[in-house]
Ligand binder design. Structure first.
Ligand code: NAD
Length: 358
């Protein structure tokens, strides 16, 4: 039997509560598969600072690099907001992504039929939305040099190199091959030289994936089209800053931040995590929605471990729990038949995932 080594970083706030539920679901699918998991916990964020004086201890990097994948909860909280920047939980997370070289952020936005009313857009616009933003994560204007400011001027540099564009483009095309084989690359090539390079290289890479249909769209139009007709998109390929903005916009299509998973992947180990933060306002109350984290565990099975069947089982179990009317408090007003706690929702999904023949 194959044993996958998973690094668990629970973090702060609701992090421990939601990771426990994802582990419950992973163990449930493993119980009816030919693999299992061994977990090793590692510290990051405020809890790591409290115990070691560092929000990202070296041991956490070592444990992560020595695993098959990292399942991550969330970090941060007001308790640590006044620390010097490099000691803050969020700095630990940025450093962690850099250390692991995770250059691609994958953010699916799926609208569950049962929750079309939870979106701020009309049901007919969002019903059936199933798209994936593939965002470059460790380059572009957030990292480009030179950057700086004086009293009267501030400046940053948007720079991409050929290898950076090629590797993120390959990610997008490979993912499109597992979906409906369409990539829309987002840029601002009408104004920015860096975007014209992006467009040219993405077009070159596309030749290696003749089955995938490539289109290009300017970012301002993409922001509008996402709201006007989100179903036109399958894979959206973007640079760092455009993806930051568009993926948040896309996440609102689904209605609750507690539903959306993400993956950050690169050449080595991938990090699988919900898109939300540590939600200190609801921590410890047993009301956090664990679905985003459980869906992140499903992405881990699909993209890191190649256990597609098990990932499908989890996705089907989430859908079933929602279609049978189970809701955590954040979604209680949307056709709930039963409002359940974090742990009850985890158990319901685990139970379905262990049985699901999708
Ligand atoms: P947040 O995502 O933690 O919370 C925003 C709102 O959404 C809150 O009202 C919260 O209760 C709610 N919410 C979030 N997740 C939920 C869930 N699973 N179920 C139900 N409701 C949920 O964002 P914030 O309040 O801006 O940030 C809180 C802390 O988290 C900050 O310290 C911030 O830096 C940190 N943060 C961490 C990450 C990360 O670890 N990747 C990401 C974003 C923010």
């Amino acid at each position: 039997m194959k044993t996958y080594k998973i690094a668990l970083i629970k973090g702060d706030g609701i992090g421990p509560e939601i990771i426990d539920e994802a582990v419950k679901v992973l163990d449930a699918v493993a119980s009816c598969s030919d693999f299992d998991f061994s977990y090793e916990e590692a510290l990051m964020g405020g809890c790591a600072y409290d115990m070691t004086g560092d929000p990202l201890p070296q041991e956490t990097i070592n444990i992560s690099l020595n695993s098959d994948a990292v399942l991550f909860g969330a970090i941060g909280g007001t308790k640590w907001d006044n620390l010097p920047r490099e000691k803050r939980p969020e700095s630990g997370l940025l450093r962690f992504r850099k250390e692991l070289g995770v250059y691609a952020n994958l953010r699916p936005a799926v609208v569950y039929d049962e929750l079309v009313n939870a979106s701020s857009l009309k049901p007919e616009i969002v019903r059936g939305v199933d798209l994936m933003v593939v965002r470059e994560l460790i380059g572009g204007i957030y990292f480009g040099e030179p950057k700086g400011r004086d009293e009267n001027k501030g400046w940053n540099t948007m720079v991409y190199t050929r290898p950076e564009i090629e590797r993120i483009a390959h990610q997008a095309f490979k993912i499109a091959m597992t979906r409906s084989k369409r990539v829309c690359s987002i840029d601002k090539a009408n104004v920015l030289d860096v975007s014209q390079l992006w467009r040219d290289i993405v077009t070159e890479v596309a030749k290696e994936y003749p089955e995938v249909e490539l289109s290009h769209m300017y970012v301002d139009n993409a922001a509008m089209q996402l709201i006007r007709d989100p179903k036109q998109f399958d894979v959206m390929l973007t640079g760092n800053i455009f993806g930051d903005i568009l993926s948040d916009e896309a996440s609102m299509l689904s209605g609750s931040i507690g539903l959306l998973p993400s993956a950050s992947v690169g050449a080595k180990i991938g990090v699988y995590e919900p898109i939300h933060g540590s939600a200190p306002d609801i921590a410890g109350q047993g009301i956090a929605n664990p679905i985003a984290t459980i869906a992140s565990a499903s992405m881990m099975l699909r993209y890191a471990l190649g256990e597609i069947d098990a990932a499908d089982k989890i996705d089907a179990a989430i859908k079933r729990a929602l279609s049978e009317g189970y809701r955590t408090k954040d979604l209680a007003q949307f056709d709930a038949k039963e409002v359940c706690s974090t742990s009850e929702m985890g158990s319901i999904i685990a139970n379905y995932a262990a049985k699901c023949k999708h």
